[in-house]
Ligand binder design. Structure first.
Ligand code: NDP
Length: 245
């Protein structure tokens, strides 16, 4: 039985990963995000899918280093060992040329996608001590491989995730901790609505003319990555909707 900690489990890819792993029966789930009520709804869905799945949810804003340290340090004793960390919490906000960018949006992206990922990783790695199947999965993006018009700061944060994924693998290989980046193209989740500050029409228009990926597509890849034998590490995967350029 592996214990999996998923950040940003309250919607989209994080939620889909939780449901996928719950169904597979051999994972215990530590789920966190800021919207605790969404995590409670998710727990109900998980219990319907697999009544035996052990789940512990907690509120966490990954941007706050002190909160990350204290919250993880105060988890119930039976939840203080982690085998798998899925660094999934993240967001994009704004899609404007750099001169029109909003500094608040920039800060939220950098603080969540880069600093938040670092804080969680720093405090979870010691919780992996003694695990025979330790694994960190980082949600990067096609935006961490390429730059697109007006993507500036979001692309920069995901390029940072790409670099950190490589750096973590080197730093942690002597501990036997696997490190994998999964880099999706467009996935239809709350992501687009968050990007456009709740403008549903603008959010929906992004998917016009193509079938985007969905959270389940990514969750199945996470499941595949976690099912490889101990000596096999998948470093980096790029997953695109078939017709996205
Ligand atoms: P969603 O908006 O559906 O989910 C994002 C999750 O991140 C939510 O659960 C949210 O929870 C959580 N989150 C955001 N800010 C914080 C914070 N400060 N502290 C803790 N949790 C936070 O989007 P996706 O599921 O699509 O995104 C998941 C990951 O995948 C992100 O890293 C994103 O960059 C990446 N990605 C997404 C793509 C897409 O097209 N959707 C493409 C490529 C990569 P809450 O608000 O409750 O805190």
């Amino acid at each position: 039985m592996r214990t999996v900690l998923i950040t940003g489990a309250s919607s989209g890819i994080g939620e889909a990963c939780a449901l996928q792993l719950a169904e597979e029966q051999n994972f215990r789930l530590l789920l966190c995000a800021r919207r605790i009520e969404k995590l409670e709804e998710l727990t109900n869905k998980i219990k319907t899918l697999n009544p035996n799945c052990e789940v512990h949810t907690f509120k966490l804003d990954v941007r706050n280093a002190e909160e990350v340290e204290t919250t993880l340090g105060n988890l119930p004793a039976e939840w203080r060992k982690v085998d798998v960390l899925i660094n999934n919490a993240g967001l994009s906000q704004g899609l404007d040329p750099i001169q029109d960018g909003d500094i608040g949006d920039w800060d939220r992206m950098i603080d969540t996608n880069v600093k938040g990922l670092l804080y969680v990783t720093k405090y979870v790695v010691p919780m992996m001590e003694g695990s025979e199947q330790a694994h960190i999965i980082n949600l990067g993006s096609i935006a961490g491989k390429e730059v697109y018009p007006n993507g500036n700061v979001y692309c920069a944060t995901k390029h940072a995730v790409d670099a950190l994924n490589k750096a973590m693998r080197i730093d942690l290989l002597s501990k036997g901790i696997k490190v994998t980046a999964i880099n999706p193209g467009m996935v239809e989740t709350e992501f687009s609505e968050v990007r456009f500050h709740g403008d549903k029409e603008r959010a929906k228009a992004v998917y016009h003319g193509l079938t985007p990926l969905n959270g389940q597509d990514i969750a199945e890849i996470v499941s595949f990555v976690l099912s490889r034998p101990k000596h096999v590490n998948i470093n980096d995967l790029l997953v695109m909707p078939t017709v996205q350029a």
